[in-house]
Design a protein around this ligand. Structure first.
Ligand SMILES: Cc1cc2nc3c(=O)[nH]c(=O)nc-3n(C[C@H](O)[C@H](O)[C@H](O)COP(=O)(O)OP(=O)(O)OC[C@H]3O[C@@H](n4cnc5c(N)ncnc54)[C@H](O)[C@@H]3O)c2cc1C
Length: 338
C-alpha cells in the first residue's frame, strides 16, 4: 500500500513495515517495544545459530551454516504468516478520512455493458473499516486536473484483504474516462470512510429502499447487516429501478436474499418490453414495466408506521422520489438520501 497523503499524524505506519519488523526483530530482539514482544509469543522457536566450533571446516555441502540459513528463512516465513493471519493485522482497519492511500487494483470484471466490478487488495489481510451505507472517495487525474468522486464498496464489511467497488462508466463522465484507463496492478487513491447513515437494529419496523442503477451499492451494505443479524426483525422492501432486466446489478445476491423471510424485492424496468421480460425473468421475480412514477410509488411505498425510506440513485431520481413520497404523506425525518 502506498501512503501518499500529507498528514503524517494519521496512518503513518504501513502494514508492510509492521510485517517487515520481523526481519529486524529476529536479528536483534532487544530492539522490540513491549507491545511488539507480546506479539512474538505466538512465533515458533527461533533456530539456534551454530557456534564456529560446530563447523568441521571440511567444506561440507550443505554446511551447518547453510542449514541454519535455510531454517532461519523458513522461520521468518512462518512468523510473517502468523503476523499476517493473526489478530493484530486482521483487526486493523486501514482507511483514513484525511489521507489518500494507494490500493492495488487486482481485477476488473464486466457486469453489464457499462458497469464493472473492480477489486482492490488490502495488504496483510486487514479490513477496510466501513460501516453499513458508508462510502469512500476516489481521487483521479484528467488533463492534469485532480478530480474526486464518491463510491460505495459492495464487498462484505468484514471482508479481509480486499474490497470490491461496482462502478458504472458514463460516456461523458470525467472520472469514468479516468477509470477506463485503469489496468490491473495500478495503485488507485482512496480515502474515507464517509457517510451519515447510522443503522441501529429494530428501530424501524420496516425499511423501504428505493434504488436506481448503481444506487443499489449502499443498499446491499444495509441489507447484509440486517439479514446477518438473527435478532434484527426489520422488514426490508427493496424497489429497484433499472433500464432493462439485463441492467439489474447484483441479481444473484438479490435472489439469494429473497429466501429470507424479511426481505423482498420488486424491479421497475423503464426501457424493457413484456416479450423480453417473459423470456428472461425468473419465475419468482416481481417486475413492473415503466417508470417509477407517483402512482407506482403510492402503491409500492404506502405510508408505514415506524417505517423509514432509504433513497439512492441519480440526482433527478432522488428528487423525484422525495416528491412522490411527500405526496403519499411521508415526512423528511423518515427519509434518508445517500
Ligand atoms: C454517496 C455516493 C455514492 C456513490 N456510489 C457509487 C457507486 O458505488 N458506483 C457508481 O458507479 N457510482 C457511484 N456514485 C456516483 C459517482 O460518484 C459519480 O457521480 C459517477 O461515477 C459519475 O462520475 P463521472 O466523473 O464519470 O461523471 P461526471 O463527469 O460527474 O458527469 C458527466 C455526465 O455523466 C452523466 N452522469 C454522471 N453521473 C451520473 C449518474 N449518477 N446518473 C446518470 N448520469 C450521470 C451525466 O450526464 C453527466 O452530465 C456515488 C455517488 C454518491 C454521491
Amino acid at each position: 500500500m502506498d501512503f501518499t497523503g500529507q498528514d503524517d499524524q494519521c496512518c503513518d505506519r504501513t502494514l508492510e513495515k509492521e510485517i517487515d519488523d520481523i526481519d529486524q526483530s529476529d536479528q536483534c530482539p532487544e530492539r522490540l517495544l513491549v507491545s511488539e514482544k507480546n506479539k512474538t509469543d505466538q512465533y515458533p522457536e527461533r533456530p539456534v545459530e551454530p557456534l564456529a566450533s560446530d563447523c568441521c571446516g571440511s567444506g561440507c555441502i550443505p554446511c551447518v551454516f547453510d542449514l541454519y540459513e535455510q531454517e532461519l528463512k523458513l522461520w521468518k516465513e512462518e512468523c510473517r504468516k502468523i503476523r499476517q493471519g493473526g489478530k493484530e493485522i486482521c483487526d486493523q482497519e486501514v482507511l483514513c478520512p484525511e489521507k489518500y492511500l494507494g490500493f492495488k487494483l487486482t481485477s476488473i470484471k464486466p457486469v453489464t455493458r457499462d458497469t464493472f466490478m473492480y477489486r482492490f487488495d488490502i495488504p496483510g489481510g486487514a479490513r477496510l473499516g466501513l460501516k453499513a451505507g458508508q462510502h469512500i472517495v476516489l481521487r483521479g487525474s484528467i488533463n492534469n486536473q485532480t478530480i474526486t468522486r464518491q463510491y460505495t464498496p459492495v464487498s462484505e464489511l468484514t471482508a479481509q484483504g480486499y474490497f470490491d467497488v461496482l462502478i458504472k462508466l458514463y460516456p461523458g463522465g470525467q472520472m469514468s474516462q479516468c477509470i477506463r484507463s485503469w489496468k490491473e496492478g495500478d495503485l488507485i487513491q482512496w480515502r474515507g470512510p464517509f457517510g451519515l447513515l447510522q443503522y441501529v437494529p429494530n428501530v424501524f419496523s420496516k425499511i423501504i429502499m428505493l434504488a436506481a442503477g448503481t444506487g443499489i451499492a449502499p443498499m446491499t451494505q444495509v441489507i447484509r447487516v440486517i439479514l446477518e443479524n438473527e435478532d434484527d426483525e426489520t422488514l426490508i422492501s427493496l424497489v429497484y429501478a433499472c433500464r432493462t432486466y439485463e441492467d439489474i446489478l447484483m441479481k444473484e445476491q438479490l435472489d439469494q436474499w429473497s429466501g429470507y423471510w424479511n426481505f423482498s424485492v420488486q424491479y421497475v424496468l423503464s426501457q424493457d418490453t413484456q416479450e423480453n421480460v417473459i423470456q428472461v425473468k425468473k419465475y419468482n421475480d416481481t417486475v413492473h414495466l415503466g417508470r417509477l412514477n407517483s402512482t407506482l410509488v403510492s402503491q409500492m411505498v404506502p405510508l408505514t408506521e415506524r417505517g423509514q425510506v432509504l433513497i439512492c440513485g441519480t440526482k433527478s431520481f432522488d428528487k423525484d422520489m422525495i416528491n412522490h413520497l411527500k405526496k403519499v404523506g411521508w415526512e423528511m425525518k423518515d427519509i434518508f438520501k445517500f
